[in-house]
Write a protein that binds this ligand. Structure first.
Ligand SMILES: [Zn+2]
Length: 160
């Protein structure tokens, strides 16, 4: 019997009932290597034993993800990723609020202009063509770096 990725790394015989075998195949040795490095094999065994069978795939995926994050960023680990994404969300919420405020401002400006009799039609159409469209299409660029995610889904932290 070909040992699973875990037993191969631990240099032990892979039994028929090996708890790791379904989740750590021998062709992906790095998958077990990283969780073993961060948590230790016996802790991974204990954690898997506490999880019902149908949730073990998710548990293993989560352990691998978190171990990778811890390896990249030993201080913050996966919480660094969470903080990074939360900052990105609040930055985008701020940009959205600014954009909504601008739209509201120009809607009000436009409406008051349309209601005011002393402004002639030419000026109104000038405002419609230039002013609004200029401002609405102006601020579409944002400073969120779309390239900051690697293809494996982990954000990069340039200071590591
Ligand atoms: Zn095994």
């Amino acid at each position: 019997m070909v040992p699973c990725g875990s037993c191969k790394l631990l240099r032990r015989r892979c039994r028929k009932d090996c708890i790791f075998a379904p989740y750590f195949p021998s062709n992906q040795p790095q998958k077990f290597a990283i969780v073993h490095k961060v948590y230790g094999a016996s802790n991974v065994t204990k954690m898997l034993q506490e999880v019902p069978h149908h949730q073990r795939v998710d548990a293993v995926n989560s352990l691998v993800y978190e171990a990778n994050a811890r390896w990249r960023d030993p201080v913050y680990g996966v919480s660094g990723t969470v903080t990074y994404l939360q900052n990105q969300v609040s930055e985008l919420q701020t940009q959205l609020a600014v954009a909504e405020a601008k739209i509201l401002y120009f809607q009000m400006k436009y409406e008051s202009m349309m209601l005011s009799p002393e402004i002639d039609t030419d000026e109104k159409s000038y405002f419609m063509q230039n002013d609004i469209s200029q401002y609405i299409s102006h601020d579409t660029s944002n400073n969120v770096n779309h390239n900051s995610f690697h293809k494996d889904g982990f954000p990069s932290f340039s200071n590591h």
